[in-house]
Structures are given as structure tokens and as C-alpha cells.
Design a binder for this molecule. Sequence first.
Ligand SMILES: Nc1ncnc2c1ncn2[C@@H]1O[C@H](COP(=O)(O)OP(=O)(O)O)[C@@H](O)[C@H]1O
Ligand SMILES: N[C@@H](CC(=O)OP(=O)(O)O)C(=O)O
Length: 440
Amino acid sequence: MNMAVKVTKFGGSSLASAEQILKMKQIVEADEARKFVVPSAPGKRFKDDVKVTDLLYSLHDAAAHFEETDGIYGQIVRRYTDIRDELGLSIKIEEYLEKMYRDIKTGANEDYAASRGEYLNGLLIADLLGYDFIDAADVIFFDETGSYDAKKTLSVLPGALKLHERAVIPGFYGSLPNGRIKTFSRGGSDITGSIVSRAANADLYENWTDVSGFMMADPRIVENPRKIDVVTYRELRELAYMGATVLHEDSIFPVLEAAIPINVKNTNDPENSGTMIIPAIEGRDGARDGITGIAGKKNFTVITIEKDGMNTEIGFGRKVLTCLEKFGLSFEHMPSSIDTISIVVADIRIRHCIEELIDEIHAVCQPDSVEVSSNMAIIATVGRGMIRQVGVSAKLFAALAQSHVNVRMIDQGSSEINIIVGVENDDFEKAVQAIYSALV
Ligand SMILES: Nc1ncnc2c1ncn2[C@@H]1O[C@H](COP(=O)(O)OP(=O)(O)O)[C@@H](O)[C@H]1O
Ligand SMILES: N[C@@H](CC(=O)OP(=O)(O)O)C(=O)O
């Protein structure tokens, strides 16, 4: 009989120090099935600490601008040598660090620099566990456009995993067709864990972090939020995309087809069952009272375009989108009513071209007015049962009104599993707390 296989991804918070890494070791060794380990780079040890990935971005930036680099490099060296020494390992991590430093100083790309956080941690962890080390650059691939290449990866990775009884595969990066290193977006070790789970045909993908699963709201905003025991891939994707950073929003794609469940667990409380993320909940959709969760993000710009008779003007939406396309902008949401259409774009993407974009919209769409509000936050209230439940929106808006939160935008998503509201950045925390108290 084939033995069960579990892939375990440990986040930066779970590997920030030797003490945390020893907890990881205990967890991995407690279950024979935990054959493949995907580590992140060491994260924050305390509130104001700096993640190694952020140090690496700073190091690359300083080197690229010919600024002083020895200080940052020294901090990175200390993070790894401290871990190595406290774990009593003899691996010569300095040699790998020195090579990295040379490469960065001689023009290695930013992704290469960022990826070394996971690479170096992977070497230490493989040594500690006595597992083989597989460099993600040899088994995880991106195409020429920089998108993840599932076909190529799945033609190489399953075979590579079969050659190893137990292995460590660092998270966050792979390689481009020209051999250069490419990373996923921030938090992307979660995606590596999912890819390895698919390739290993795992029975379970365990994602170990510093919270006991997905909570109904961000624990940094709502005190002691309720845990979500079971959540569907789709709800998870909505919540993750909207700001619940526990799991990267793209982590579900690699395991989707194979329907491999994801279990979010707490390295500091391994007995807690955490949250199970599964394809669908048969026969229970709609049976759940209330909502699944609340998530949100700050720093968006909302452009509201008004034009009488917009609803009958053929091609109006296309014209607006052409303007965005001209500036290479994607949008997050686009709620509309009879004579208005709003476009929500992240501040950081639009800041440099907002004035030119508005001029373009005036020229191309001939609107009656265009209003721009920046420093907006968007909050999504998500739940698969919400659509069949009367009164959720009424309660939500009453709660916001009672807390004196000015609602600047409403978008009842057509996916019908979320209601999105736009509020000012300053009202963000208050709004999340108000929605949580009213609906949970
Ligand atoms: N809904 C939520 N449930 C749980 N944690 C959340 C939620 N929203 C945001 N978080 C934050 O996500 C953090 C875990 O994600 P992250 O920092 O990426 O962990 P890791 O370093 O393990 O990858 C938690 O510490 C918590 O502050
Ligand atoms: N270290 C990378 C990738 C990652 O997934 O990290 P974490 O698991 O700590 O979120 C980052 O900081 O983005």
C-alpha cells in the first residue's frame, strides 16, 4: 500500500530563529508522511524586526545604486550564522553567502537576490532534518513572459521528487527559460508549496504559519476573531486576494484540479486543527448562517465617471477600459449604475499617471464629470451562503452607519459571494470592526 504523502510549507514566522526552526523539526518528525518541506526565508522574530527577504531587496537596491552595502550584508550574514550556530550545524553557510554577495555586487538581478532568502534557509533546514536539498531553480519554471509554466514544471518536478525519499525544496522562486532566477510575488512560497503538493500527488498540503488557521477577520484588527474551520477554495481566494495574507491568493490554482485539501496550521500550537481549505462543501452551501469572513486592503484610488445616458451608449465601458489599457493599468473592481461607472485601482499603480489618465478619459469618453478619490480602503465581506440570506447587507450598512463610517463605494460582486465597500483609509479598522461585530 502507498504511504500517505504530506507537503509541509513553513512561513517566515515559523522559521525566524533557531528556536522556531526546532519547532518545525518536531512537527516534521512527528509524522512519517511529511516527506517534502517547503521553507520560506527567516521572517520577523519580533514586531519591529526585518524579514530577511526585505533585507535582500535593500541589499540589491543599495548595490544597484553603488551605495554602501556591507552593513545590510552583515545583518543577513548574522541571521544565517546565528541560526546555524544555535542549531549546532556545521554547514559552511558563509561560502554560500559570499557567493551571493559577489553575484549581487556584479549585477545579479533583483529576483536572484530575493530568492537567496529561501535558498539559504533551505540549505540549513535540509542539513538539520537530514533531507535531500532540491534547488527550486531546477524544478520550477516560468515562461518567457515571466508567468509560471505549469506544463514544463509538471514534466520535470514529479520525476525529480520520485528520486528523493525526503527533500527540502525552497519556496518563492524558480527559473526562466534563459536560466535566470524568477520569484513569485510576495508571499509566494505558498504557491511553491501548492506546486510541490500537486507534483507529489500529495494527500494533504499543510501550510504552517503563526496563527491557528484562517480567522473571520485579521487578528491585528479584530481582537480574538473566530476561526474558520472549513472554507472553500473560492472563498479563500476572495479573502486572500482582498487582504487576508495568511495564504497567497494564487495558492489554490496548482492544487485545484487534483482537489488536494490545504490545512493552515499553527507552528506554535500544532495540536490546533487549524483551517481546512477544500474544493466545495457538498450539501452545505447556504446551510451556514452568516458570513465566512471579512478582509480588506488600504490605498486605492476610485475614479467615478458620470455621463447621462451612459446605459444606452454602446461601447462606453470599452472606451473607459481602452484608456486604462493605454497606461498599462489593470483594475481591481468596476462597480456601475445607470449613469456612473467607478474604477478601483491600487494607488501605487496609478499615482504616476493619474493626471494624464483623467485627460485621456475626458478626451475619449466625453463624460459629464470625473471624480477621483485616493486613499481609499476596500473591504470585502465574503460568504458562500450570503446570497440566500436576507438582511446581510442591511445589517452591514446599518453597522457602518452606527460607527459613523462614510461608505464611499458599494459593489455587490457578481460572483454573489461577496459585498465590497469602499471607505476612507482612516476608517478602515473601524469599519472592519463594525462589520465583524454586526455579522459574526
Ligand atoms: N483572516 C486572517 N486570519 C488569520 N491571519 C490573518 C488574517 N488576515 C491577516 N492575517 C495575518 O496573516 C499573518 C500570517 O501570514 P504571513 O505573515 O504571510 O505568515 P507566514 O510568515 O507564516 O507566511 C498572521 O500573523 C496575521 O497577522
Ligand atoms: N519570503 C518571501 C516569500 C514568502 O512566501 O514568505 P512568507 O511565507 O514569510 O510570507 C516574502 O517575504 O515574500
